[in-house]
Design a protein around this ligand. Sequence first.
Ligand code: GDP
Length: 139
Amino acid sequence: MERTLAIIKPDGVARGLIGEVIRRLEKEGLNILAIKMIWMTKKQAKGFYKVHAGKPFYESVTDFMSSGPCVVMVLEGEDGINAYRKLMGATNYKEAAKGTIRHDYATDIEKNVVHGSDSPQSAAFEIAYFFNELEIFRE
Ligand code: GDP
């Protein structure tokens, strides 16, 4: 079993897609171990996306991520990181496979509805960025 950090981004929350995203990940067998709604400050968004510091889209993506509330979740499942990334689809929604969340709902390379960790290292950093161990449910 592997954990990953998932976010329903401000565009997904504003467009009423929380239920749809959660329906898809639960159907895929991913379990929600922790969930909350947050509104990041610009500074918090910059810290979250610090791997992208210096890239041309860093300012704009951190403006977007701090523009409204997000739903952040810790998910767990078999091959959880890849399983959730498969559900999300490619970063650029124009390249995302049919039936993926980004193919079906993204409107822009930046406004692409969801985030998911891309490696065990980023999952560990991202989960700890938003949740402490006491907030993460386990049986
Ligand atoms: P992800 O792991 O699929 O979300 O992709 P990345 O970690 O590479 O990028 C993080 C986020 O930055 C993406 O989800 C997009 O919202 C945004 N992003 C990535 N590449 C670009 C780009 O070339 N232009 C713009 N405007 N935003 C981008």
